[in-house]
Design a protein. Structure first.
Length: 108
């Protein structure tokens, strides 16, 4: 008997993940309300992960630390020297902080 495979949509597959920026997501820790796990969505050619695979970066981080990890990862992909790296990290951290602040104010 052939095994049935059911392909889920990306929306169903990644339900519960919070998109921070292209390719980076947070997921609240169920057992600890103020902690987040950090993930990077990577492309996958595997039939098991047709929508990509969430690669874990860190577990149980506070929101500021989680955003800082993502900022560091994004900045590291773009920088060619230490000065560019530091400026890029600062820019990403500021952007994330502004986005979170805006979202909180909009939902009061």
């Amino acid at each position: 008997m052939a095994k049935k495979t059911i392909q889920s949509s990306a929306v169903e597959e990644f339900k519960g993940y919070i998109k921070v920026t292209d390719g980076f997501y947070l997921k609240p820790v169920e057992s600890h309300a103020s902690s987040y796990d950090v993930y990077q969505l990577k492309k996958s050619d595997s039939p098991r992960h047709p929508n990509g695979k969430m690669d874990d970066m860190a577990y149980g981080c506070t929101l500021p630390i989680a955003l800082q990890l993502i900022a560091n990862k994004c900045a590291g992909q773009e920088a060619e020297d230490i000065i560019e790296l530091m400026e890029s990290i600062k820019s990403y951290e500021q952007k994330f902080l502004e986005d979170v602040t805006r979202i909180v104010k909009e939902n009061r």
